[in-house]
Ligand binder design. Structure first.
Ligand code: F6R
Length: 608
């Protein structure tokens, strides 16, 4: 889960390396480093912590060199120290790596027996030592890399820089993305088109097992068998501009406030607004009538979007849905029926578990649809159909606007399925579309609760733990709300289906634990109120999120009641998500946490 960049340039390269690393920080930010070729020497600079620490170090004494590699790290093996930061270098070769070398222990033992001197605790360091061992035996850099690659087990995207070879960069990948960028007399390697966007829009994506040997004027790609292969070169549409915070203090705040706009944008992509009809922008390669079961597969917040969509598909299209977290899907050997449908959901489109699950689903003969935010991502490229979420770049690590747009797309898809399967009449369809069209306005109205939530956050900030409860579609929203709070404020929080409370979690309730109840006035409202009574009876402090009718009917003492606009309940999660996002955000700010880059996390999770 790291970001990689490599450049053969025509000017001193360090500024461009750092600029690309800035764009890659979403892949990890616990340490960073660069290596350049200075004359015959490899000059390596590394720093613990955020990229700004490396920038500071480089500002005082920038390395020269027109060829270089860079890395921003999310630690897997070894603490996030300067010593474990990449690049890792030996006498003759420097390497940056994304992924995990699973057999690093055996390789390290073997290389140490042969005299290699390891300096870090990382799995990566075996790679330069292995390549160096071949170089010492007279192999050329290319042959040394090609001899080393089959010995590496696991997932990797690697970029190599060789002492004394100013016009050579080698990249290789397996189960981890790597792209070649073609410039004017320059050439680049990067984790993705986002990193390369300010340098070039001409991109060749490497495929699994590829090894690219680059000079400033040539690019030769070798496939797994070692013979030369041709890979398509395409124009990327990724913006070269770095997203900014506008007038907001954090990207997360900006992204929360963008939600009415991006929800509307996503919606109009999938609806014929004037006709009040769903309108997929392209034909799907199957008929929903031939589908017996949908498998929805995703991780984290994206998986909670899937949980909510399960209610919609089951109710509106009478289609059964199985939900899997991507890291479990492949391993539980579920019986899958060829011709059924897998929907994978991912903001980044690079999540390793989700990508592996997508590939597994394809191998099992399922149709695959991906709901992705990054249109150039691997998941988007590899799925049979892509339904883009038009949230725009999401920079804050905690997903907010991408989640809402995922829900939008899934809602439209569920209505499409219901219509195609004859479960929804034309009138049902147009009623549901009318409800969807209202959602962006309702999100904007929900944002008006911010001052009240900001005040509440000061109380929440002192809590040792928090519980979120909901029923129906509010249950998965409670899971998402708890994830949002814990990941950015570090307050332990859990979400439960409200009816589950009495089966164990109620033992946690005391005066010190805020219990946030998400309860629009819907057909399960009374049941939720009963669960709220159970909390109140045990002294729990209740924060109720509801609408006007719910507020007047609840008849339970609450610490705070947040009243949202009245709406038809079906698509309520898209509106009720707003206060829980704001509560997490303001609580994290009140606790002085690093909201956009919380500890231990990364925006794109490219290791399993
Ligand atoms: C939490 C969050 C994560 C992601 C998860 C999947 O706020 O953002 O839980 O949802 O890591 O990431 P994507 O959607 O990129 O596959």
């Amino acid at each position: 889960m790291c970001g990689i960049i490599g450049i053969l340039g025509r000017d001193p390269v360090v500024g461009k390396l750092v600029a690309s690393l800035k764009r890659l920080e979403y892949r990890g930010y616990d340490s960073a480093g660069v290596a350049t070729l200075e004359g015959l020497r490899i000059e390596c600079r590394r720093a613990e912590g955020k990229l700004r620490n490396l920038e500071e170090q480089l500002r005082h004494c920038p390395p020269a060199g027109q060829s270089g590699i860079g890395h921003t790290r999310w630690a897997t093996h070894g603490k996030p120290t300067e010593g474990n930061a990449h690049p890792h270098a030996t006498e003759s070769v420097a390497v940056v790596h994304n992924g995990i070398i699973e057999n690093f222990r055996e390789l390290r033992a073997e290389l140490e027996r042969n005299g290699a001197d390891f300096k870090s605790e990382t799995d990566t360091e075996v790679v330069p030592h292995l390549v160096e061992s071949y170089l010492k035996n007279g192999y050329s850099p290319q042959d040394a890399v090609q001899a080393s690659l089959p010995r590496l087990r696991g997932a990797f995207a690697l970029t190599f820089l060789f002492k004394g070879h100013d016009d050579l960069l080698i990249g290789a990948c397996k189960a981890s993305p790597l792209a070649v960028g073609h410039g004017n007399g320059e050439v680049y390697l990067g984790s993705d088109a986002i990193a390369l966007a300010p340098l070039t829009d001409t991109i060749t994506y490497l495929e699994d097992g590829d090894c690219a040997v680059l000079t400033r004027t040539t690019c030769v790609i070798y496939g797994t068998g070692g013979s030369v292969v041709q890979r398509e070169t395409s124009k990327s549409v990724v913006s070269s501009l770095l997203a900014d915070k506008a007038n907001y203090r954090h990207f997360m705040a900006k992204e929360i406030h963008e939600q009415p706009t991006v929800a509307g944008k996503t919606l109009t992509h999938y609806l014929d607004v004037a006709a009040k009809r769903v309108a997929m922008p392209m034909a799907l390669p199957f008929d929903f009538n031939s589908i017996q079961r949908i498998s929805i597969i995703a991780c984290g917040t994206a998986s909670y979007a899937g949980h909510i969509a399960k209610y919609w598909f089951e109710r509106l299209a009478r289609l059964s849905v199985e939900i899997d977290v991507a890291s479990e899907f492949r391993y539980r050997e579920a019986p899958l029926r060829r011709g059924d449908l897998a929907i994978v959901i991912s903001q980044s489109g690079e999540t390793a578990d989700t990508l592996a699950a997508l590939r597994y689903a394809k191998d099992q003969g399922l149709h695959t649809i991906s709901v992705v935010n990054v249109a150039t991502s691997t998941i988007a490229r590899e799925s049979e159909s892509v339904l883009p979420t038009l949230a725009g770049p999401e920079i804050g690590v905690a997903s907010t606007k991408a989640f809402i747009c995922q829900l939008m797309v899934l809602a439209v898809l569920a209505v499409t399925a219901g219509k195609e399967r004859g479960k929804l009449s034309k009138i049902d369809e147009s009623n549901l579309v009318r409800e969807l069209i209202e959602v962006p306005r309702l999100i904007a109205a929900a944002l008006l609760a911010e001052p009240q939530i900001e005040k509440l956050a000061h109380l929440m900030a002192d809590a040792r733990a928090a519980i979120y409860l909901g029923r129906g579609t509010s249950a998965p929203l409670a899971f998402e709300a708890a994830l949002k709070l814990k990941e950015i404020s570090y307050i332990h929080s859990e979400g439960y289906a409200a009816g589950e409370l009495k089966h164990g979690p109620i033992a946690l309730i005391d005066e010190a634990i805020p219990v946030v109840v998400i309860a629009p006035y819907d057909r399960v409202f009374d049941k939720t109120v009963s669960n709220m009574q159970e909390v109140a009876a045990r002294g729990g402090k209740i924060i109720l999120i509801t609408d006007a009718k719910g507020a007047s009917e609840a008849a339970v003492d609450t610490l705070v009641t947040i009243v949202l606009p009245t709406m038809v309940a079906t698509f309520a999660p898209m509106v009720y998500a707003i206060p829980v996002q704001l509560l997490a955000y303001h609580t994290a700010v009140a606790r002085g946490a690093d909201v956009d880059q919380p500890r231990n996390l990364a925006k794109s999770v490219t290791v399993e």
